[in-house]
Design a binder for this molecule. Structure first.
Ligand SMILES: [Zn+2]
Length: 211
């Protein structure tokens, strides 16, 4: 989850200020595909994993739920400013179309990060569909073969398993938290910088005209 949201941040950084055709579509495509394949690279790094044997299924689900809650809290905190713009669209009534469009633009880093998160955990969702729910499609079997080939041995040693995951997560969180910027004393995730600056300059131009 953390890696997916960081990929969204880094891809957006590459795309900022560039005038490519279909930039947004291309950006979404890059975030989704890089996040998806990043999952296999991360699986190749030895780590502590969830046991998917049937006798551990309940315990694994509990661990998974706790991990996903911690991950979600971190991501919601880092992307709180774009998230607020999205919530403003959801809860507000009687707002102009322009206001809705501007808020959605400022919320775009949150959407992009959500896509990164979704596509980064998708290979494991496929694994659950195949192994636990017994779905058997050709593409799922092929993906499982690739997934297993890429996967490192699950660290039997608790300490090193946790150590590799905690140090990786810490590194990603530090990177995410550092990548923020301020506009009019409000902290935005910096990937909204392009949109935020444009909207703020338009607002100040409007104020000038009103004067
Ligand atoms: Zn995996």
């Amino acid at each position: 989850m953390l890696a997916g949201s960081l990929i969204a941040v880094l891809v957006k950084k590459i795309f900022i200020g560039r005038k490519w055709m279909n930039k947004k579509l291309l950006m979404v495509f890059v975030v989704c595909s890089v996040s998806f394949f990043c999952h296999f690279l991360l699986d190749a790094i030895p780590h502590k994993d969830y046991a998917i044997k049937s006798e551990f299924l309940f315990l694994s689900s509990v661990y998974l739920l706790i991990d996903m809650m911690i991950g979600s809290c971190i991501i919601l905190f880092v992307f709180r400013e774009p998230l607020m713009h999205f919530l403003r669209v959801v809860v507000s009534v009687n707002v102009s179309k322009i206001e809705v469009a501007d808020n959605l633009k400022l919320a775009s880093p949150f959407f992009l990060a959500s896509l990164g998160v979704f596509f980064n955990i998708l290979p494991d969702v496929f694994m659950v569909l195949k192994r636990i729910l017994g779905m058997d499609f050709y593409i799922l079997s092929q993906l499982e073969i690739f997934h297993n080939a890429m996967h490192s041995n699950i660290f039997p040693d608790l300490f090193w398993g946790w150590a590799s995951q905690i140090s990786f997560s810490f590194m990603v969180v530090v990177l995410l938290v550092r990548l923020v910027f301020k506009v009019e004393n409000k902290i935005y995730s910096w990937l909204a910088v392009e949109e935020a600056e444009r909207i703020l300059s338009e607002v100040s131009q409007d104020r000038e005209i009103e004067k």
